[in-house]
Design a protein around this ligand. Sequence first.
Ligand code: FES
Length: 76
Amino acid sequence: MIVCSCNVVSDDDVRDCLGAETERVSVGAVFRTMGHEPKCGRCARNISGIVDEHVAVARCSGNGDCDNCQADQLAA
Ligand code: FES
């Protein structure tokens, strides 16, 4: 799904850019890594959310203590 229409960047492009990153990076850093510049900025919140999700999953040790695991347990 396209998350930045100005630069035609998809959610998968953002995740690929983050790779094995476990530290939270700024939206600006994501754009720089992809070789783009933010233009209108409407996508910033969505990209920030993708970064948050990615970092949460990357930091998960799989023992059920992280917020994502607990949310999954609540949803089950
Ligand atoms: S939608 Fe991303 S800069 Fe405009």
